[in-house]
Design a protein around this ligand. Sequence first.
Ligand SMILES: Nc1ncnc2c1ncn2[C@@H]1O[C@H](COP(=O)(O)OP(=O)(O)O)[C@@H](O)[C@H]1O
Ligand SMILES: O=P(O)(O)OC[C@H]1O[C@](O)(COP(=O)(O)O)[C@@H](O)[C@@H]1O
Length: 497
Amino acid sequence: MDSSPISSSASLSTPKFRCFDPTNSYTTTTPNHTPIPRHRNNYKGTLANSTYPNPLQDNPAYSVVKQYFVNVDDTVAQRIVVAKDSPRGTHFRRAGPRQKVYFESEDVHACIVTCGGLCPGLNTVIREIVCGLYHMYGVHKVLGIEGGYRGFYARNTIPLTPKVVNDIHKRGGTILGSSRGGHDTSKIVDSIQDRGINQVYIIGGDGTQKGASVIFEEIRRRGLKVVLAGIPKTIDNDIPVIDKSFGFIAMYATLASRDVDCCLIPESPFYLEGPGGLFEYIEKRLKEHGHMVIVMAEGAGQELLSESIRANDQQDASGNKLLNDVGLWISQRIKDHFKKRKMAINLKYIDPTYMIRAVPSNASDNVYCTLLAHSAVHGAMAGYTGFTVGPVNGRHAYIPFRRVIETQNKVVITDRMWARLLCSTNQPSFLDHKDVVGDENEEVPQIQSINGENHLEARATKHRELKDVTEDTREEEPPILLVNGNSHLETIMANQK
Ligand SMILES: Nc1ncnc2c1ncn2[C@@H]1O[C@H](COP(=O)(O)OP(=O)(O)O)[C@@H](O)[C@H]1O
Ligand SMILES: O=P(O)(O)OC[C@H]1O[C@](O)(COP(=O)(O)O)[C@@H](O)[C@@H]1O
């Protein structure tokens, strides 16, 4: 029986379910204190007791593994660096196979859905959920829901077997299709209920996890014995708590490729004109090297657009704000600037969007996606529910939906990783030391989190007003490659050759 301190069996709200800590996590106050469960309300992070032996114990592939099963008491700490006598912080349930499982294999009827924007790796996750269920747990009823959330009530389904998914990880996109919008909680849960599904695997970004959380609440409200597992994907790294996700990010692509001379991201406001501005840097770089590559992440420099252009409150079907295409606007500003300075340049602007989003995943993401999928399967088989799986400080954990939807991850531009990028490109930071030092008593966040950077915005605005100070002419046309979106530079560079 599961005797985890974070899954107290003390309070039963219905005869069917055991009542659990709402976050599947707990917080300790001091190093010596016993874990204190948080919010002991009516949240249920698991179905009833796991009673069946895990079929993995008879699997020859795993019989060689010492201590293969994860102790039900094991947790993963969200904060691993803590000052003496400071709170220990939140702990999450450690992911992995349990000695006892909640479901008997033949009783499982699982389904998989992919939602939101495409991301390299979706097919790998689908493949590994199907193969994990089949080969590790002997589960043979797995259904693919086509076309995202709306597919639950409006589209077809595909039976998924290891044979069907065998090669899909070599292809981009998702074999199930995806969509934005169309989240109708009632209809989705009706469909889950009508089809007799008891394990739901939902792969998607922050919007998808929000949708999953609402479905989870409805499932609970109806008292259904259905587990819901979220697998996070994100092209823009905005899911908090987890160390990383699969997909591509302008910052990491820049760091990895070393081909980029300047990477512009929304978290780091920049300005065009005057000392320390983008134009000055472009000119310097072109004079030094004769060419340069600028990467613009989606959403970078929105604040540079005038009020009239920015007055765009449109949203996509999922409610995401539609961003303006700053890349095109900046391309024109760069051209105008150098024309005025009588310096000939040859600027090529490329917006790769789905060329990036729809490529197959790379080797490292394939392995990462496999771990995510297997962790989700182990959790679901053990009867855990309402979680997103992901690595926290390097160890996979089951993170309650609430934790991953309450905030958005951002790049912290006063962290070492952004400094590494600045160091690798040599681009200006668009900051002064005094902007960075700020309040010396301010606590450095341990994970990337939302931080108010308004002083940076103010400075960027100030510099935007500055005018050119020198005139110069050149005859050659040094090329600039401006790459927009969440860039996968290998693709871009290959397309250029
Ligand atoms: N707050 C929300 N509540 C319920 N469903 C949501 C919510 N936000 C997004 N969704 C649904 O999740 C799906 C994916 O969301 P979207 O924002 O397009 O992509 P992503 O998951 O990649 O961020 C869509 O079907 C959308 O309707
Ligand atoms: O590339 P598309 O389909 O136009 O979507 C753009 C949306 O996707 C995002 O880049 C987020 O990607 P995710 O789908 O990974 O959450 C948003 O920032 C933006 O709203």
